[in-house]
Design a binder for this molecule. Structure first.
Ligand code: FMN
Length: 148
């Protein structure tokens, strides 16, 4: 019997944009029959990433391109670097232009030596950016399904 793929979607949101991306990802994963756990960073009890075939971490970028403290704490709580982390995030080019746009996504993806470029969404994913989320996820899953 082929065992079901398991995915974790952990995310931090203040005003809801990153949560919208997380929910789009969740919907796509479940549609594909992938067992999906959701984790609200800073709210839910600790999770063990080693229980999952793929770990998505979603975050927004904070002042001057910085990573929110809650995410830093989450990284420490995990305590090791899983080799199957894919990073997504939201940001706003009004806060420092392209240089600072979703900079925390790049930093986290680099930290985890992620196999995938981070997904960067401007504010809410609703509308034309939904396809961007789907295309990115497709790329991640093709890779995961090839080694899982
Ligand atoms: C004080 C402040 C600073 C911000 N700095 C940045 C930044 O440096 N780079 C960026 O891309 N977005 C920046 N943003 C925009 C947020 O990352 C963006 O609104 C994000 O979608 C919020 O995510 P959430 O709705 O999930 O909380 C900043 C927003 C605020 C309020």
């Amino acid at each position: 019997m082929v065992s079901k793929l398991r995915a974790l979607v952990a995310y931090l949101t203040y005003s809801g944009n990153t949560q919208e991306v997380a929910r789009l990802i969740e919907g796509q994963l479940r549609y594909r029959g992938i067992e999906t756990g959701m984790h609200r960073i800073g709210i839910d009890p600790p999770v063990n990433p080693s229980n999952y075939d793929i770990v998505f971490i979603g975050l927004f970028t904070w002042e001057k391109g910085s990573t929110p403290d809650e995410v830093k704490e989450f990284v420490l709580e995990i305590g090791y670097k899983p080799d199957n982390v894919a990073v997504f995030g939201t940001g706003d080019t009004q806060f420092g232009g392209d240089d600072l746009f979703c900079k925390a996504v790049d930093k986290l993806a680099k930290f985890y030596e992620s196999n995938w470029s981070g997904l960067k969404i401007e504010q809410s994913p609703r509308g034309s950016q939904e396809q961007k989320v789907k295309d990115w996820l497709e790329g991640v899953l093709q890779h995961v399904e090839s080694y899982a």
